[in-house]
Design a protein around this ligand. Structure first.
Ligand code: SF4
Length: 483
């Protein structure tokens, strides 16, 4: 790790956040979108007791899958192969791209149509294909919009949530040949669909994500609302499904409760319009479906999370996005400020394993630890606890047991550590604490007026004129916080 890498990551994140907060229009967009999504989720879970039970079940099912992960992955591989799929393992993002590129080149693909896949975003799939002169076209409407705009998704479920219909209208008119300018949402959808239909017909290869991979049957479950996922997985001659290793579940009957939690938490729907269950390539006598199905199972840092008993809970995630929709920080700065594929609370806990703490530790600090994320998480991931653990790892010495996390110690600053050690010394000894606070209250006039980031939007902190113990000794309360 470069010695200044951590500092740079912190400064860049702070800069992006300031820019985002200063963008009033975007803040209004995000606020109203988050309110809308929260309301839709609330309407899906009117019964607190039922929700609590379902969350318990979801957490238990995901916990069970993780507890048996190696066995389930082997079983999944064996059953998928029996079903005629080809299974590939990728330890890194680069390896996953190499595998996908090899499949694409052997298929003679010049054009790939993509269903929604956050793992493909995570590994930089589009750039890797572009470098080999293969065009990867996003077909999920939100992804299509951000691809046209040359941007990254700002939300894991709704990639273009930061855009207004005016912005989309201008984008379509400028970038889609022959598209008229219209702010009619239905007309915009039709324009997008027409453009995409041509791509489905021409593509030689389709790529999709996977919501759940069922070990006992070798089935890939994929949910979506637009039908584009079904087109990507059935029309082209070759289909690649790409997923993180944590998405495996043991049995087909484990899927419905998880699916119910996913769709209700994500988009406030009882069920999505399409639920695709893919069990292999086209069989003799079948009229549609691909000739080849490839499953790429991606690690990309997930085994680092798996190796830590507490951080392993990160892998329970079913990527519903509810934690983002309820996060006061995400609602104010939006997804792009995070600078990672996965923003918001889930991004803060998963990204360090993919990119290292040196690049991502500031995200763990971008939280008030209010707990809203863990209260809505359908699989009960204790996100605030994990954030605190990552904060500690980022500030720990390598010798303090956090060395197993890539980039541990990246946020460590000798001066800050010394200040906290001094504080701990003072706080742990009654006499020293008494003298220290007496000196501070007497010298309160010397408190600096400018106190770094704190005073950028707050009044300066000053010690009170009387210590709490003095007020208590007098026996009658006075103004507790004097200016
Ligand atoms: S951490 Fe929980 S709430 Fe957030 S995306 Fe994952 S499952 Fe959903």
């Amino acid at each position: 790790m470069r010695p200044d890498a951590g500092r740079q990551a912190g400064e860049q994140f702070a800069w992006r956040s300031r820019q985002a907060v200063a963008d009033t229009a975007q803040r209004i967009n995000f606020r109203s979108a988050m309110d809308f999504l929260q309301e839709k989720r609330r309407a899906q879970f009117p019964d607190d007791a039922e929700l609590a039970q379902l969350r318990d079940l979801g957490a238990a099912l995901r916990g069970y899958s993780l507890a048996h992960l190696p066995r389930l992955l082997e079983q999944l591989e064996a059953r998928c192969r029996q079903n005629g799929m080809q299974v590939h393992w990728a330890e890194t993002a680069a390896e996953a791209n190499t595998i996908a590129l090899d499949i694409a080149q052997r298929a003679g693909a010049r054009r790939i149509v993509k269903g929604k896949s956050m793992v493909s975003e995570e590994i930089g799939f589009n750039h890797a294909m572009q470098a080999a002169a293969i065009e990867a076209i996003e077909t999920d409407m939100g992804e299509f919009i951000v691809q046209l705009a040359g941007e990254a998704p700002s939300h894991i479920i709704m990639p273009a949530i930061h855009k207004t219909k005016r912005q989309i209208a201008a984008l379509f008119a400028a970038r889609i040949p022959g598209a008229p300018y219209t702010e009619d949402v239905d007309a915009l959808i039709q324009i997008g669909r027409q453009a995409l239909r041509r791509e489905f017909e021409r593509a030689e290869l389709g790529l999709s994500g996977v919501n759940f991979a069922v070990a006992e049957t070798g089935t890939l479950c994929l949910v979506e609302n637009e039908g584009n996922g079904r087109m990507c997985t059935t029309l082209p001659r070759v289909h690649i499904a790409i997923t993180g290793i944590e998405k495996v579940v043991e049995r087909l009957d484990h899927v419905p409760p998880l699916l119910s939690l996913l769709t209700r938490s994500a988009t406030g729907q009882a069920i999505t319009t399409y639920v695709n269950l893919i069990s292999g390539p086209r069989r003799a006598g079948e009229r549609d479906g691909p000739e080849e199905v490839h499953l790429i199972l991606v690690d990309n840092g997930r085994t680092q999370a798996y190796a830590d008993a507490a951080l392993r809970a990160t892998l329970q995630c079913i990527r519903c996005g509810a934690c983002m929709n309820h996060c006061p920080v995400y609602a104010r700065i939006g997804g792009h400020a995070y600078g990672t594929t996965y923003p918001g609370p889930i991004g803060a806990i998963v990204s360090p394993h993919m990119l290292g703490l040196e690049q991502t530790y500031p995200l763990a600090f971008a939280s008030t630890l209010c707990g809203a994320c863990s209260q809505v998480c359908p699989v009960r991931i204790p996100i605030p606890e994990l954030l605190v653990q990552l904060r500690n790892a980022a500030q720990a010495r390598a010798s303090q047991g956090a060395a197993m996390l890539r980039g541990a110690g990246a946020a460590r600053r000798p001066l800050v550590s010394a200040a906290w050690r001094a504080w701990s010394l003072l706080y742990g000894r009654g006499l020293l604490y008494g003298v220290g606070t007496w000196l501070m209250s007497r010298g309160r006039a010397l408190a600096p007026v400018r106190q770094g980031a704190w005073t950028r939007c707050r009044t300066p902190l000053r010690p009170a004129p009387r210590r709490l113990r003095d007020l208590l000794r007098r026996g009658r309360p006075q103004t507790p916080i004097a200016k």
